[in-house]
Design a protein around this ligand. Sequence first.
Ligand code: ADP
Ligand code: MG
Length: 280
Amino acid sequence: MTRNRDLEVIRLKEHLKALRLPTMQAECAVLAQECQREGVDHLGFLLKLCELEVIERERKGAARRLKAAYLPAIKLVSEFDFPAQPTINRLLVLDLMRCDYINKKENVLLIGASGTGKTHLATSLAVEACSQGKRVRFYRVTDLVTQLLEAREERQLSRIRGQLSKLDLLVLDELGYVPMGKSGAELLFDVMSRAYERMSLIVTTNLPFENWTEVLDNERLTGATLDRLTHRCQIVETGGESYRLKDARRAKRSREMYKTESGSPTGPEQTPVYKDRPGA
Ligand code: ADP
Ligand code: MG
């Protein structure tokens, strides 16, 4: 009897392997014993076994998509200190985390000074999109432009365009930090116009719209790029004061306060140090 059962398990595992169901193959015997102990019926057992396979597939898929997105770091919205950046529309950001804008092929523009959390939020949106099954690729604009210029040189533009056309979301980080020259701007414009209404773009920039001509090197191109980008676009303004600077200043104030409290004669005015901190 036990020998028969062992043979059955071996054959079942072979079938599950042939059907490419590795988690069911690995878990079936142990789960069957558990279900028997707990009085779970056949359908209940099968349901649990299938759920394990689906969960594992989703996990592996998200990890694969995350790797293929080439994010500079993993940043989560839960790590973002919204009270510290009051310019940012928190509700809009949380709504964007639902990824509906990707289904609608809308764009997101994050605009604000350096250090105000643009890359952090763009990365968080990208992580969320990966976990919701979207194909994502993150580029610093200068890296993408360099790759496009090289690809054109090697007559490989169609290959890179083909890769980009498969995406659901393309993140273009740091538009406007470095002028990209006429050819670079044209190639970038080509990417953005191909994306238009076929996929979503997230663009981060420190440039107000009126200065885009300086970077894109051409008034007509700037107009056309802005037209496509901002048509059906959510704009998140991240403000003017760097979080890093604010953080450093807060730490400094806190050190000074400590000195004052411990009797230092050179202490500054008595600022309540943690008043503006979340949860304080
Ligand atoms: P930007 O892209 O606007 O120059 P970053 O997103 O790179 O700024 O932010 C700089 C650093 O500060 C990053 O490490 C980021 O995680 C952190 N940071 C910025 N704003 C916040 C915030 N509100 N809460 C937590 N960390 C933040
Ligand atoms: Mg940045």
